[in-house]
Design a protein around this ligand. Structure first.
Ligand SMILES: Cc1cc2nc3c(=O)[nH]c(=O)nc-3n(C[C@H](O)[C@H](O)[C@H](O)COP(=O)(O)O)c2cc1C
Length: 365
């Protein structure tokens, strides 16, 4: 299978197998709304030539914001504003997706840059108590989460489903659940963060219950036509943590619950952790899950060239390739390889610069 072979997920067809993963920009306007001067050009540009564009982690509830600068989708005003973002993505021919997130014990932080960046947000500065499976902070410098009550857990499931409904209303044609990087859904999976002894902890089926209930609720909210992607940290890199075998066991259960594709990331449950950083380093997780379970997967992580993407698809590693940082800095990469996918005003420029080979436009332009 090639990069430009369409991918069908339920009733939605991606024109090719290249996607932008969720990449937080921490640039929300007041009300956790997209800022039209930032989010519209940002996502429009990064949709050129793409099969799927997943809008950054978008909180399903105020307490699920990682930072005050995140997007939200817990009210209709937010849905209305996000419809503009979905619209610019779709106008470029990419499928608009949105990542629904609850930051769990990683909530209530400042955005990662600036003088007071990447720090806990005190109540006095507008911070709040994060929620988690157990009262265990993520790492030094992170706030201690409140152990969620059964009512709060049930409410979180509803919040994901309600946000999914709003995503559909806003025109998104794919929804991704953020169940990785130590956020709420991942924190329930991992014994490192989840030390509960009730129905949501202690055993494998207890720790996976919240994610399974969320997938079922979101599937019900989406109906049968739209795809549901689950982003999972396939392993924790820490002794006693969530493992790749755990993910292999869970993938078919999630598929039975209504998930269509597992987006295979890793890590983020606690610090310190050591992870490899070589090219395509997480792709073996996508391959293992795909081969052992038959559940479609996306590979992500230091994939920086279309040649690498092609190889991963050709050797059956995954069904979809996600390129994050590379497409943030080089959004015209896919269109350079397939100028037909670019908007008409760019097409001649792409064709002629490629033909000239030296970066100069043809004289008649
Ligand atoms: C600036 C930045 C923001 C990110 N935001 C998110 C996010 O909102 N949700 C998420 O699941 N992962 C997020 N990630 C992780 C990326 O989606 C991706 O998995 C990671 O960057 C590895 O892919 P890459 O090597 O192609 O960048 C972020 C990464 C970066 C660098």
């Amino acid at each position: 299978m090639d990069l430009f072979t369409p991918l069908r997920l339920r009733e939605v067809v991606l024109r090719n197998r290249l996607g932008l993963p969720a990449m937080s920009t921490y640039m929300a306007a007041p009300g956790h709304l997209p800022d039209p001067r930032w989010h519209l050009p940002h996502y429009q540009t990064r949709s050129v030539g793409m099969g799927l564009v997943v809008v950054e982690a978008t909180a399903v509830a105020p307490e699920g914001l990682a930072t005050p600068d995140d997007l939200g989708l817990w009210d209709d005003r937010q849905a209305k504003a996000l419809a503009e973002v979905a619209g610019v993505i779709a106008a470029q021919g990419a499928v608009p997706g949105v990542q629904l997130s609850h930051a769990g014990r990683k909530a209530s932080r400042t955005r990662p840059w600036g003088e007071s960046g990447d720090a806990p947000l005190a109540e006095a500065d507008g911070g709040w108590t994060p929620l988690g499976p157990s009262p265990l902070p993520f790492a030094d410098g992170y706030r201690e989460p409140a152990k969620m009550t059964l009512q709060q857990i049930a409410r979180a499931v509803d919040q994901f489903a309600e946000a999914a409904e709003r995503a559909v209303t806003a025109g998104f044609r794919a929804v991704e659940l953020h169940a990785g990087h130590g956020r709420l859904l991942h924190s329930f999976l991992s014994p490192i963060a989840n030390q509960r002894t009730d129905t949501y902890g202690s055993t494998y089926s207890g720790r996976t219950l919240l994610l399974r209930q969320t997938v079922r609720a979101v599937r019900a909210a989406l109906g049968n036509e739209l795809p549901l992607v689950v982003r999972m940290s396939c392993c924790d890199f820490l002794p006693g943590g969530w493992t790749l075998d755990d993910t292999v066991r869970l993938a078919p259960l999630l598929a039975a619950d209504g998930a269509d594709l597992i987006d295979c990331t890793s890590g983020g449950i606690a610090r310190p952790e050591t992870r490899p950083t070589s090219p395509c380093w997480q792709a073996p997780y996508a391959a293992t899950i795909r081969h052992k379970t038959g559940v479609p997967t996306a590979a992500v992580g230091k994939i920086t060239t279309l040649e690498q993407a092609r190889d991963l698809l050709a050797d059956g590693t995954c069904d979809l390739v996600l390129m994050g940082r590379q497409l943030l800095v080089d959004p015209m990469l896919p269109a350079r390889s397939a100028p037909d996918l670019a908007p008409a005003p760019y097409r001649r420029a792409l064709a002629t610069t490629a033909a000239a080979g030296d970066g100069h436009l043809a004289p008649e332009l």
